[in-house]
Write a protein that binds this ligand. Sequence first.
Ligand code: 7TS
Length: 417
Amino acid sequence: MTSVLTAAAPLQTFDVERVRGEFPALQQTVHGHPLVYLDNGATTQKPNVVIESLERYYYLDNANVHRGVHELSERATDAYEGARETIRQFLHADTVKEIVYTSGTTEAINLVAYSYASRNIKSGDEILITEMEHHSNIVPWQMLCQQTGAELKVAPMNDNGELILEEYEKLLNPRTKLVGMVYVSNALGTINPVKQMVKMAHKVGAVTVVDGAQAVAHIPIDVKDLDCDFFAMSSHKVYGPTGMGALYGKERILEEMPPFQGGGDMIDYVSFEKTTFNKLPYKFEAGTPHIAGAVGFEAALKYVQNLGLGVISAHERGVLQYATQRILEIPGVRIIGTAGLKCSILSFVLNDVHPSDIGTILNLHGVAVRTGHHCAMPVMQHFDVPGTVRASIGLYNNREDIDIFIEALTRAKQMLT
Ligand code: 7TS
């Protein structure tokens, strides 16, 4: 794990000021203050190259894919399939057959639940997840357990918000058919040892689903090295458009899975008697897809790749360390999520002040954070808090952002306590 994070930072320097200039949304004031955007865990802002790619697509290339013989349809198809190749490279998958477009992480996980798990999991089987999952990696499995009579098991974390690996291992057994694991917790910032977790799960023959939503913008991903069976991601968390994402699945497993939805494009031949399905990955992509989304997703991944995930994560690590150190200067702050290995997220409570009151005052100072349960209610239950204030760091955040945030938080504390 350490090697992943410290791995080969390219010999590039990271010019955060230049990078900030590439994000138009950051150039505005909010309530008379320069915007300090610290809600990257919810969604990231988009650089010019992403916005321009969407514009170019709609100005010039807009057409439906895979069906036209005309020039625009060919361009749209090339762009859509070219983006799939970029995603393949980004994830280090073997073939584009393993890259299925989805609307995001949520749909990717639901695709696995409906198409793979509902076929392969039965009464008496177990699904194992961790205590720090986002609801999108809890609820689909709960629904599946209700339908099939399988049982949902939960591997606990300690009070730093770290998975207790021995407990996880103890819960794995031959009844465990599927393990869902979040790579980076959106509520805590914990980085889980997913490679090791996958290996352990495979020992009992379980299929593994990695929720990569919060990881892809911060950690280089190699699905072959992780050896996970499925990997879910969202474009909008990595500087791309919303409504777009991808599911990586091992070809051998995807091949055996039935389609997720029926409709156009996912078929090979249709008659009223019988329909045969298209080949991978199209069998999982019914209907007109989010073509512009794919174009923007590709632009975002290339943008991140050009900057270099190694330098991005080193920069963000510095900002997170600085923010952690500064926030602890404020008496009454309790950081929720103090794992040894974490990235991007600073979640906290302040005395018994309601998080949304703090968020409201921060907003008046132009500081955008998220407050509440972050769609991870079991995490809140573990720490016995109704919610937290969460500052989540992206590649364009700098120490000045943190100084403004800390100053606004100090003001909020004066007003609220
Ligand atoms: N998994 C994790 C770990 C997430 O953080 C999120 C979204 C999802 C799955 C779902 O992603 P989607 O793109 O399909 O919605 N997390 C957050 C968040 O922390 N604040 O807003 C959304």
